[in-house]
Write a protein that binds this ligand. Structure first.
Ligand code: F3S
Length: 425
């Protein structure tokens, strides 16, 4: 049984209201199921409140009722005053402003509007992105967090050295209400040590290659903690690490890893393993790269219907690059071009003229969401081109589409010509 501190017991006893009491009830069940001995304080939660638009969700338009039912797991209507912690929110089921372009129905718009109003009233951030670390949620080394979103979790753990498990909607919301998270998993030193050695012989030096590496290693390691030993001394940037993280969390469930000489808990091989003996040594070279690329390219017909890029949400660097590629160009009449980023980054893209360039070319720069969350693709989409291994992994199963995976340049070429001409170089 989890041991409660005085303030935690008070919350559980209802001294601070029914919302905190219900949240503590859930967290105690959660902690007991996980074998956590105690809680730690958190002031950093990445929440999911956007709701998947299932029929039973879409007809409830009262924010308190929705949150009670789907985040606090009760039919009792619990009114939340204001959430306790700093928070950001994961993506929502649609772009809150450009939902008609996505083909979202009015019923979904009404649902999102009620959640928007609820969020404003209760102190929930309207950030609506899978990349909270790109929009100001940057926890410090050692900080305990409660983050949802599989692609963001390794960023928190491995890149920043902060500490989180992959939380779900039902655990993150109670953490935001109470400022508490069970002490287990990646909050503990012993679970952050490397378990598998990955010798990388290929010179991984592009965003596409970091996706491919992450995808291969995710498949091989599943929930383990890989330690990347790069033979070619490369320092990945944020866009590359986003690729590595999201791919490894799609083919597997990588939540924590080390890159020797790069990530904060791995200045040396010894530090990365911290006394652990590698359970397995994995090699990544030309043939593993080719095998991964072929696996992700499921499409045969090279007539592309949709180019979907920005998964995870594009960084400023990527927005600038894509605008440069599209400047003065026109996309093919048979193709839709959807580019996804965070709302906050779009406002910089607006100021810099990137959004205008994308629009003039016939593309859409959208925010808050992505086609996979609400399964909203343009009508008649059969073939999708993407520069995201995560999108390539999930789109066939969720959207029933075939996928081409390649670089941003190849995706923009497909948007302009209507044809996929990408190849592994
Ligand atoms: Fe983000 Fe959607 Fe991709 S949530 S990581 S853009 S699948």
């Amino acid at each position: 049984m989890v041991k409660l501190a005085k303030d935690e017991q008070e919350m559980l006893d209802g001294k601070h209201g029914r919302a905190q009491q219900r949240a503590m009830e859930i967290l105690v069940l959660y902690a007991d199921a996980l074998g956590a001995e105690r809680f730690v304080d958190t002031n950093n939660v990445h929440l999911f409140v956007g709701f998947h638009p299932y029929p039973e969700v879409i007809k409830i338009l009262d924010g308190d009722e929705l949150a009670s039912k789907f985040l606090l797991d009760t039919d009792e209507k619990i009114v939340v005053d204001y959430v306790k912690t700093f928070n950001t929110t994961h993506i929502w089921a649609m772009d809150l402003e450009r939902w008609k372009i996505m083909g979202a129905p009015e019923s979904l718009h009404m649902l999102m509007e009620s959640i928007r109003k609820y969020s404003i009233r209760t102190g929930i951030s309207l950030s609506a992105t899978c990349t909270p670390y790109q929009v100001g949620n940057v926890p410090t080394k050692g900080e305990h967090c409660a983050w949802t979103e599989s692609s963001a979790v390794p960023f928190c753990n491995a890149v920043l050295g902060a500490r989180t498990n992959t939380e779900g909607a039902h655990s993150a919301f109670p953490s935001a209400l109470t400022g508490k998270v069970p002490l287990w998993g990646f909050h503990l030193d012993e679970n952050r040590r490397g378990t598998h050695l990955v010798d990388v012989h290929f010179d991984v030096n592009s965003i596409m290659d970091w996706y491919l590496l992450g995808y291969y290693v995710g498949e091989m390691c599943q929930l383990a903690v890989p330690v990347y030993n790069l033979k070619f001394n490369r320092i990945p940037n944020i866009s590359m690490l986003k690729g590595l993280n999201s791919a490894g969390a799609s083919s597997g469930g990588i939540m924590m890893y080390h890159i020797i000489g790069v990530t904060p808990e791995a200045p040396t091989m010894e530090a990365a393993f911290s006394g652990n003996k590698p359970q397995e040594a994995i090699t990544y070279g030309e043939s593993e790269r080719r095998q991964t690329y072929d696996h992700l390219n499921s499409a045969k017909d090279n007539n592309v219907d949709l180019v979907n890029i920005g998964c995870p949400h594009y960084s400023l660097e990527q927005l600038r690059d894509v605008a440069q590629l599209l400047d003065g160009k026109k996309i093919h009449e048979n193709v839709d071009l959807w580019i996804w980023t965070a709302y906050q980054l779009k406002s910089i893209a607006d100021r810099n003229g990137f959004t205008d360039i994308i629009k003039k070319a016939g593309g859409q720069l959208m925010t808050d969401s992505c086609p996979l969350n609400a399964n909203l693709f343009p009508k008649g989409t059969n073939i999708v081109a993407t520069d995201s291994a995560k999108h390539a992994h999930y789109a066939p199963a969720i959207g029933g589409v075939d996928v081409f995976y390649g670089t941003m340049e190849e995706c923009i070429d497909a948007a302009i010509t209507g044809k996929w001409r990408g190849e592994l170089k």
